[in-house]
Write a protein that binds this ligand. Structure first.
Ligand code: NAD
Ligand code: ZN
Length: 354
């Protein structure tokens, strides 16, 4: 089979590999559509997870099941499925402790294009098919379905980590696709005021649709000063971080109220230390909580999040700004994500012929 792979840090291309083998609890799937992620860019060009040789890229997509193992009960060849980017081992101790995304070790629930070949391939392997796949609802098109692999679960996890409550004033730092889904999640959770950090018109327009009412730019000076100005010096109740670098945390702590919470889902691709300003952290006693997490994956999560789409509570159409047809466009879509033209939110490649 053919797959589009990271050959080594900074180099990618098509390679030929053996079709993966299906274990008793597993499924083999073929993509219906795939999406490119900022994390693919971090992995390939920044070497953020270290060197990988001839590893097929990609962890976002929806698919058709072509083979299932003898113990798989709920899926069969021909089923159209949602595929989460994170596919935990559900019988692990970490999953039993409530952290399935870390099953087998920290971040080890992230298998596609990390520990094993990803989904930019004619066929790909899914561990624990009953625990990780979900049926693709008929009313969700294959482009929107790709947004349920990673963008929706990650953005929404930022909202969970920040513990957004009715009436909260929330700051969302970074409004790429993940930040946009964080904005949508804050609105669904009942935030009264959503301030977003970002300037690209396509992102600002989408953020307004999802519920952000005020915008600031990190290019106009420190974020915290602008947030304090907007809030009469009080700061915000909650912060979701979905963009920026290690330096963003200090800014966030400075404009968070005492008792506030920060939920980070940003992938910190560089920098040694995350610095916390002592005084603004209440000299250690401000009850300002900082949490960061990999998205939870798995079937229940996919079913619940997709029900927001089928129920008309979440519109994913604004995210997929660039849609291509056919495998031959995977490279173009990947390079587009690296170069981030001003009108891009998310590139998607449809594999299934219309
Ligand atoms: P993106 O690059 O499209 O969006 C990030 C946005 O942040 C960009 O629009 C950028 O202009 C903006 N930005 C850059 N510097 C900033 C600053 N100092 N302050 C505010 N905004 C700034 O990326 P994305 O696809 O939306 O993903 C966001 C992050 O989440 C990435 O790092 C990605 O790798 C990570 N991610 C994490 C998980 C997870 O499970 N935790 C899953 C998927 C993606
Ligand atoms: Zn992703």
């Amino acid at each position: 089979m053919k797959g589009y792979a990271m050959l080594k840090i900074g180099q990618s291309g098509w390679i030929e590999k053996e079709r993966p083998v299906c274990g008793p609890m597993d499924a083999i799937c073929k993509p219906l559509a795939i999406a490119i992620c900022t994390s693919d860019v971090h992995t390939l060009w920044e070497g953020a997870i270290g060197e990988r040789h001839n590893m097929i890229l990609g962890h976002e997509g929806c698919a058709e099941v072509v083979e299932v193992g003898s113990m798989v009960k709920d899926f069969k060849p021909g089923d159209r499925v949602l595929v989460p980017a994170i596919t935990p081992d559900w019988n692990s101790l970490e999953a039993q402790a409530g952290y399935s995304m870390h099953s087998g070790g920290m971040l080890a629930g992230w298998k596609f294009s990390n520990f094993k070949d990803g989904v930019f391939s004619e066929f790909f392997h899914v561990n624990d098919a009953d625990g990780n796949l979900a049926l693709l609802p008929k009313s969700i098109n294959i482009v929107d379905a790709c947004m349920l692999s990673d963008m929706v679960p990650t953005g929404f996890h930022g909202v969970e980590l920040a513990d957004v409550q009715f009436g909260d004033t929330v700051l969302v730092i970074g409004i790429g696709p993940v930040g946009l889904m964080a904005v949508a999640g804050c609105a669904l959770r009942g935030a009264s005021r959503i301030i977003a950090v970002g300037t690209r018109k396509v992102c600002v327009d989408a953020a307004k649709k999802y519920g952000a009412g005020e915008f600031i730019s990190y290019k106009d000076g420190p974020i915290y000063k602008q947030v304090l100005d907007l809030t009469g010096g009080k700061g915000v109740d909650k912060i979701v971080i979905a963009g920026g670098g290690v330096e963003t945390f200090a800014e966030a702590v400075k404009c968070l109220k005492a008792g506030g919470k920060i939920g980070n889902v940003n992938y910190l691709g560089s920098g040694e230390m995350v610095e916390i300003p002592r005084v603004e952290w209440g000299v250690g006693m401000g009850h300002k909580m900082i949490n960061g997490g990999l998205m939870p994956g798995g079937r229940l999560r996919m079913e619940k999040l997709s029900s927001l789409v089928t129920g008309g509570r979440l519109d994913l159409a604004p995210l997929s700004t660039h849609v291509f047809d056919g495998w031959e466009h995977v490279e173009e879509a990947l390079f587009l994500m690296r170069d981030k033209p001003a009108d891009l939110i998310k590139p998607v490649v449809k594999i299934e012929k219309a």
